[in-house]
Design a protein. Structure first.
Length: 685
């Protein structure tokens, strides 16, 4: 078709009628449709072998029949680009981890029933399960000699004296009784995505890499966290933990510990105030690198990079002045490291010398969040060669697998060429402006409808990210592109409090979340688009989820400029939220000045419920019924209050959904289509 079109342009225009010329044009690609979401795929858990020859990754796709995510395991030859499935079946795969010699790949899968660790031999094309454990293993780590695999797994604690003392009556055979009562005694007793949890704690295990009995190395009702790092001689495992008896009340405390395999002896390696975590050991085994974050009772702090001498235990700072939050340190040999951080919405992987010099390698990491444009992605580095494999994200596609070899990048997959390559997407443009609150610079993006015409004004919505200490970036988002496909300009910005702009910017909402401050950031963005002749001032809409849902609910108490609003997973009353949600302790300690009963005025001032008497904007509320982060009762409070105010309101309850209300593809679609229908109801024609 492209060849015919070019040839036709060479023919004299006088020989062509307008109809004939139109017939020669390439067909207009359709816009993104709701059903296209089921066809989207993306790469994640990209792991490059130590020698840089192979990349294993998890390929995520949606199953329209089961409304779930399929996770298959694929392999790429970095030299030839050969792309083959290792396991692409009805089972689920996760945690690919290379052996030190690059000849074996460990992973977890339910292919043998329960989730177990499996090992795949590349040359022999053979796979076997090497564990038979009761719960799901995680944080896999090969020993330096490749003979053992360490992992973490939850282990149930013993029943308390009270639970043991409760008498029970034997149920008659075939009797049908109600479910037994659940005894809750822990402070941290619930978790979003799981509900009320059993008293189980992560412990460290080791198992022979060719199979055998898993041996538990740690015990106790403490907080143990990965990743796991082996000592150079393979005799100890290093991890992060808080083993204080009051650890549940210490939301910002963890230290580095090591356990000796021979006798299970524990040794504490650090005891700094705050969190030491993400330990990684150099190739020669002489150095341990790790991250440290302050325990200051504030909502955000950066993380600094440190080095420990394994023999003496002495520590030194590598870099504590870089004004971004380091993540995922990994060694290249023994003389340099790589780290990941977000900068102005983009995710960067950089090398860090042992003298602290930061040198960016790749700046287009991302694309691992399907529905919204969060700055999320990951990488791994070949420890022998320094080659970096990563998730490559753009404004027009989800994550593909890419590789950086000595500064030269190649994209190795095109997972959505069959879908997004056949659609006309809205153009994504960058935007910077100042907030009307205090002239703070705000950075973000807006998406134009695919058939956008310069000089014409369009209905415009601001869509607000969660967190609030997260960030959006120039990444593809199914939700935003669907809104654009239906004729909306979509504005999304990193308002004050967002990450990737430095610690001071992230702290601008401290004590003011939610408030007129972040509200001004969003309204100023809309006003900028109005001044640019893009946004229709009589057709403005607002939407957001979690922190964005809070900002949406707060906004309709401050202004009547919006034709309609859609708040997903909002907090409405900070007193009830902090005393019922799974994030209660950390949020109270780090976000509020006192306990709710000690400073009720502050909690009330930050609550959208305090402004509901001003609200007149038609509002849609969309929340998962099992949400443990912003419980369903928050939405119900606002719905009842708006109804009492006789404001046009609808409550959409999503059965069996937690805070990740769009975890299933049908729910991504449901969220968008409910919002579109609600906005269309009030949109001026």
């Amino acid at each position: 078709m492209k060849t015919i079109t070019l040839l036709s342009l060479c023919i004299s225009a006088s020989l062509l009628t307008s109809t004939a010329f139109a017939e020669q044009q390439p067909p207009i690609k359709p816009k993104l449709q709701a059903e296209d979401i089921f066809a989207l795929e993306h790469a994640n858990h990209v792991q490059i072998s130590p020698d840089g020859k192979h990349i294993a990754y998890i390929r995520n796709s949606f199953d329209i029949m089961t409304d779930s995510t399929r996770r298959s395991l694929w392999l790429i030859d970095t030299k030839t680009g050969t792309h083959t499935p290792l396991f692409a079946d009805n089972h689920s795969y996760a945690n690919p981890t290379w052996s030190p010699d690059g000849k074996r790949l460990a992973f977890t899968s339910n292919r043998s029933g329960r989730n177990q660790i499996h090992v795949f031999w590349l040359a022999e094309q053979r796979v076997t399960a090497i564990t038979e454990v009761a719960k799901s293993p995680n944080n896999l780590a090969w020993s330096p000699d490749g003979q053992q695999l360490a992992f973490m797994m939850a282990v149930n604690a013993e029943k308390s004296d009270f639970a043991k003392s409760v008498k029970s009556v034997k149920k008659p055979e075939q009797a049908k009784w109600g479910a037994a009562p659940v005894i809750v005694e822990r402070t941290l007793y619930q978790r979003d995505g799981q509900g009320v949890t059993a008293s189980a704690y992560q412990q460290v295990f080791v198992v022979p890499s060719d199979g055998g009995s898993a041996r538990q190395l740690t015990s106790g009702a403490y907080k143990h966290q990965g990743p796991l790092a082996w000592s150079g001689d393979g005799k100890q495992l290093i991890f992060s933990a808080n083993r204080d008896k009051d650890w549940e009340y210490q939301s910002r405390e963890s230290d580095l510990w090591q356990v000796t395999l021979a006798d299970h002896k524990l040794q504490q390696l650090t005891d700094w105030p705050g969190q030491e975590y993400a330990a990684t050991v150099s190739a020669n085994g002489k150095s341990l690198a790790f991250l440290h974050a302050s325990n200051a009772p504030v909502p955000y702090t950066n993380a600094s990079l440190h080095q420990m001498n394994r023999r003496s235990g002495e520590t030194r700072v590598i870099n504590d002045s870089f004004d971004r939050r380091f993540e995922s340190p990994q060694w290249i040999g023994s003389d340099r490291l790589t780290v990941q951080y977000a900068d102005r919405g983009r995710v960067t992987v950089a090398e860090v010398s042992l003298q602290g010099k930061v040198t960016p390698r790749v700046t287009d990491v991302g694309g691992t969040y399907t529905s919204r444009p969060y700055s999320m992605g990951m990488y791994s580095v070949a420890s022998q060669t320094g080659t970096i494999a990563y998730t490559y994200g753009t404004a027009y596609d989800l994550a593909n697998v890419a590789v950086d070899v000595k500064g030269k990048q190649r994209v190795l997959t095109q997972l959505n060429a069959d879908v997004l390559g056949q659609r006309t997407l809205g153009e994504v443009r960058e935007l910077t402006y100042v907030s009307s609150f205090d002239a703070t610079e705000i950075h973000g993006w807006y998406i134009l409808p695919p058939d956008y015409e310069e000089g014409k004004r369009y209905p415009t919505m601001v869509e607000i990210h969660g967190g609030p200490h997260l960030s959006y970036g120039p990444f593809f988002a199914a939700e935003h592109q669907r809104y654009a496909a239906e004729g909306y300009v979509v504005l999304y910005v990193n308002y004050r409090g967002s990450t990737s702009y430095g610690e001071d910017f992230a702290m601008l909402l401290d004590g003011h979340y939610a408030s007129e401050r972040d509200h001004a950031d969003h309204m100023s963005g809309l006003d900028t688009l109005i001044e640019m002749g893009i946004a229709d001032p009589d057709n403005l809409f607002i939407a957001g989820g979690s922190a964005g849902g809070i900002a949406t609910a707060y906004a309709i108490g401050l202004t009547d400029r919006f034709k309609a609003a859609a708040a997903t997973n909002p907090v409405i009353n900070w007193v009830s939220k902090t005393l019922t949600a799974d994030s209660s302790i950390g949020q109270i300690q780090n976000q509020f000045p006192a306990m709710p009963w000690e400073d009720l005025a502050h909690y009330w001032q930050r609550s959208p419920l305090s402004l509901v008497g001003n609200a007149t904007t038609p509002t849609l509320l969309f929340t998962g019924e099992k949400d443990r982060r912003t419980p369903m009762a928050e939405t119900e409070q606002f719905y009842q209050a708006l109804q009492l105010q006789q404001v046009d309101t609808v409550m959409v309850r999503v059965p069996d959904a937690y805070h990740g209300v769009t975890a299933k593809p049908s729910r991504i679609i449901a969220k968008v289509e409910h919002t579109l229908a609600w906005f269309e109801r009030y949109r001026s024609k």
